[in-house]
Design a protein around this ligand. Structure first.
Ligand code: GDD
Ligand code: MG
Length: 363
């Protein structure tokens, strides 16, 4: 089977992390975001993956080459000269996506869930129409694409992208499966699949929805990245609890703590709930961590306190310092001792030696 992952854009909403690493390679639960998707696609029998990109960062090519070998799949970079939106990239990749009659998946790169690819494929083949959109329910639908179905049916009646007025709360989860005939609807030019293609498919009775079971999150911005991490960890706790730190560990407080085996944790720490600790992280004594992400090789010194924050690669937090309020530290940021940092977004390679009490960007 085939799949295309939409990885366009510069990930501006996930800065400062994306100043150092392309968004799909930002670690989510200790693994590049895109690897979660690739692994799930491979498990569902996908062997051909197209990455639709606006530019071709060398680092991404190198990382993905490794996955090609590891999983025995083909990964093609489809590079756009100008951003083609969310539909144009399908036309650009026509050669791969349309090479046979089998349906293909399309994924937004910034969504996380328990990917139900096999079930979607069976459902899609079962109804025999052109497209299936994975749907989930949210409380605040206005920043998503909203799906309205015909009564007592999975067939979509209307698709409204970013509605200004309330039309419903079942939204597009950003994961689709299409039959190759969809390619006849898409020209090679910047096109929004949500605004230009879905409404037409719906009026042609060619679009169905498949409801997702379980959690879902678009993790394209820091606040949602943290929420998505919590949801993901809760789901791991149900499905594969052995991957999480056992409750018997002295430092575990409230569960859902994911620790890379190479991390070192000091004495008398209280960690959890909802924490991910990456490779080669060093944590001092008496550290308190909750609802936070520590990326590779970060150093948290004695008695520091971190909540609702993301600590980027190779950064350090001084003794007795306190991070809160969706603080995000870029790569190689150093926070001094006994400081309070609230809601700061700190650019890579900065050292901070005074309190930051109000949310904002620190350049
Ligand atoms: N290759 C390529 N080229 N990819 C693009 C381009 C482009 O020009 N523009 C956007 N993308 C990719 C993004 O990288 C992302 O993976 C995906 O397309 C969706 O773009 P976002 O910018 O993240 O859109 P959104 O989050 O506002 O809305 C979309 O996702 C929601 C679910 O999270 C829509 O599909 C909504 O309908 C949906 O509910
Ligand atoms: Mg998004």
């Amino acid at each position: 089977m085939k799949a295309l992952i939409l990885v366009g854009g510069f990930g501006t909403r996930l800065r400062p992390l994306t100043l150092s690493v392309p968004k799909p390679l930002v670690d989510f639960a200790n693994k590049p975001m895109i690897l979660h998707q690739i692994e799930a696609l491979v498990k569902a029998g996908v062997t051909d993956i197209v990455l639709a990109v606006n530019y071709k960062p060398e680092v991404m090519v190198a990382v993905l080459k490794k996955y090609e070998v590891k999983f025995g799949i083909t990964i093609t970079f489809s590079v756009e000269k100008e951003p083609l939106g969310t539909a144009g990239p399908l036309a650009l990749a026509r050669e791969v996506l349309g090479k046979d009659d089998s349906p293909f998946f399309v994924l937004n790169a910034d969504v996380t869930c328990e990917y139900p690819f096999e079930k979607m494929r069976d459902f899609h083949i079962g109804h025999g129409n052109e497209g299936t959109i994975l749907a989930t329910k949210v409380e605040e639908p206005s920043k998503y694409g909203v799906i309205v179905t015909q009564s007592n049916s999975t067939r979509i009646e209307r698709f409204v992208e970013k509605p200004v007025e309330f039309v419903g709360n079942r939204i597009n989860a950003g994961i689709y499966i299409f039959s190759p005939s969809i390619l006849d609807r898409i020209e090679l030019r910047p096109t929004s699949i949500e605004k230009e293609i879905f409404p037409k498919m719906a009026s042609d009775q060619q679009l169905h929805t498949f409801d997702l079971d379980g959690f879902w999150m678009d993790v394209g911005q820091p606040k949602d990245f943290l929420t998505g991490t919590c949801l993901y960890l809760s789901s791991v706790a149900k499905r594969n609890p052995e991957l999480l730190a056992p409750a018997s560990e002295e430092y575990v407080n409230g569960g859902n703590v994911l620790v890379d085996p190479s991390a070192r944790i000091g004495k008398g720490c209280k960690i959890g709930p909802n924490v991910t600790i990456g490779p080669n992280v060093v944590i001092g004594d008496g550290v308190r961590l909750q609802r936070c992400v520590l990326m590779e090789a970060t150093h948290v010194k004695d008695y520091a306190w971190i909540k609702n924050s993301i600590v980027g690669w190779h950064s350090s937090i001084g003794r007795w310092s306190r991070l809160d309020g969706v603080t995000v530290l870029g790569d190689d940021v150093h926070i001094g001792h006994e400081l309070y940092i609230n809601g700061a977004s700190v650019l890579p390679h900065k050292s901070i030696n005074t309190n930051v009490c109000e949310p904002g960007i620190v350049m």
